[in-house]
Every structure is written in C-alpha cells, then in structure tokens.
Ligand binder design. Structure first.
Ligand code: SF4
Length: 296
C-alpha cells in the first residue's frame, strides 16, 4: 500500500490493491469498481506483494469484466508480419522525426519501426475496456516472427510478456543499458527515471540490470529502498485526469526529494512534461546521446 501513488495522493487505503482485496472478503466485485478504476496500472505494488500476486494483470482482468468491448483500430495492413529487430514506438515518438531517428540510431543497426504499435490495445486496457481477443491474437501473431522487439509502452510490454513469454522483448531502457550505450553518457549528477510499468512487469530480472547501471555510473534513480520505481503518474493516454487520484506534480516532487539532479533522463517520453518545471535539463533517453555529442 505504501508504494501506491493513488494511496499517496488520496490517503484512502481502499483505493489500493490491498484495499480491494479486503473489500472482496465481505463484498462483491461491483463494490470495488471505483477502486479498480482509480488504479493507474503502475505495478508499484507488485514487487512488494508478499503473496507474489501479479497485481496489474489481476486489476486489468477485473476491470475488463464489465467494461465495454472495444476492438481498437489496428493500424497495420492485414497479413503484416514483423521481421528481424523491430521497434514498437508510441505515437509521441512516431510524431517527432528527430526523436524517432535518434531512437533508431540508439538501438543499433538493423532495427526498423513496425507499423502496428498496439497503442489501441494499450488505450483499451487503460480505459478498463475489454480488448477484443481477435485483435490481441492478431497483434501477438504478427510479432511472433520478430527476432527482437523493443517497446516504448509498458502496457504493451506486459501484454507481449503475458501472451508470448518466449518472445525476445525488452523496454527501450533495458536495450540501451544491455548494449552499454549509457555507461559513458551519465554520471552522479544525473537522475535516471525508470518507466515503472515496464520495470515492474519484469522486475525480478530488471532489478539487477538497473543496479548495475547505478553502480557503474553513480547516477540517481527513481528507485526506493525496496527497488520499487516510483511513477510520475503520467500516461500516454492521460486517462487518469482526475488530479484528486494521482497528481503528477506531487509524484515528481516526491521523486526529486533528496535527489539534486542537474539532468533528468526519462525512459518514457511522456515523463518529460511533468519534470519540465524543475531547474534541470530534461531529456528523453535517446536525446542523451545527442546531448553528449555522440550522434550526428
Ligand atoms: S498498480 Fe499502482 S496504482 Fe494500481 S494499486 Fe498497484 S501501486 Fe496502486
């Protein structure tokens, strides 16, 4: 409960995963609807769950039980297949030619953008709607022929890991860390903001990868003592606009407390905005290579 940004902002224990479990001991699912809808699917409660419950998957499943059925609008041509190494870039990256170019350069040679980024699926999950099984199966099937996949959306990362665990998928941060791109680029005056959704989806593996980066560079991170990545609360779909539930400004102030950074490097491009009001340079993770003069 203590890691939950909704609890942090509202002080209401019944708006947490733990609170919902307690309500269900004596009541029905209908009585946890508001609590389910309050969840921002950040996964911060997952590493701390003493019963090892996959809290985000459980919340998504419970939400979609009575949600509207939406198939989304696939952006791909029927029959498209992912080949080789593919980037699933979200629309904020796709709409910025410079950032997209930098991101592909940061990934390395042979990487290309796959036209179906699954953003409609992610938006449906975030809205608490039922995602059409045909659409999810089609999406996963298209990706099944890829050698490697990098995602920029933590919910899509989770969907791929859940339905096709054998696929070689990673977040953009993991790819850049394991490629040793970041080690020479960041240092003790940098605050590195991990994308909480991606990180908590695979935290047993990722905790040691991020620990390694922290030890090599001395950088600060949005990790607490339990290695939970504190989220900013901002999402690409901005579903949770009710500032009473999660206030990104408050989350950011919480993250920055005791971390006097000169630069803030964000893995999730949406996180540039809530950190922008602070006296530090805020860079998307692939912009850092340009900032350090490593790209043309
Ligand atoms: S996923 Fe995040 S918002 Fe939802 S209950 Fe867990 S900590 Fe709270």
């Amino acid at each position: 409960m203590l890691s939950c940004p909704v609890w942090h902002n509202t002080g209401d224990p019944f708006l947490t995963f733990c609170g919902r479990a307690r309500i269900l001991q004596s009541s029905t699912e209908e009585n946890i609807r508001d609590s389910l809808n309050a969840c921002i699917l950040c996964g911060s409660c997952e590493p701390l769950c003493s019963y090892d419950i996959n809290t985000v998957d459980r919340t998504i499943d419970a939400r979609s039980g009575s949600g509207e059925r939406t198939g989304g609008t696939p952006v791909t041509v029927p029959g498209a297949r992912a080949n080789g190494k593919v980037l699933l870039a979200n629309s904020l990256i796709l709409n910025d030619d410079t950032i997209l170019k930098r991101t592909l350069e940061a990934l390395g040679e042979e990487w290309s953008v796959f036209e179906d980024n699954g953003e409609d699926i992610s938006a449906s999950l975030e809205a608490g709607n039922q995602v059409d099984n045909y659409r999810v199966n089609e999406f996963i099937d298209m990706l099944s022929t890829a050698d490697e996949i990098v995602t920029t959306d933590g919910l899509i990362f989770r969907v791929i890991k859940r339905f096709m665990p054998e696929l070689n998928v990673m977040g953009l941060g993991e790819r850049m860390i394991t490629r040793s791109v970041l080690e020479e680029m960041i240092g003790p005056e940098d605050l590195y903001i991990i994308d909480s959704r991606t990180y908590h989806s695979d935290f047993k593996k990722l905790a040691s990868i991020y620990d390694g980066l922290r030890q090599k560079t001395g950088c600060m991170m949005n990790l607490d003592l339990n290695r939970v990545a504190t989220p900013s609360g901002v999402t690409i779909h901005n579903r949770n606009e009710d500032k009473k539930l999660v206030d990104p400004a408050r989350q950011v102030a919480w993250i920055l407390e005791g971390r006097p950074a000169k630069r803030i490097i964000v893995e999730k491009i949406e996180d540039r905005e809530p950190f922008s009001g602070y006296p530090a340079d805020v860079l998307f993770i692939t912009e850092i290579l340009e900032d350090n003069g490593n790209l043309g």
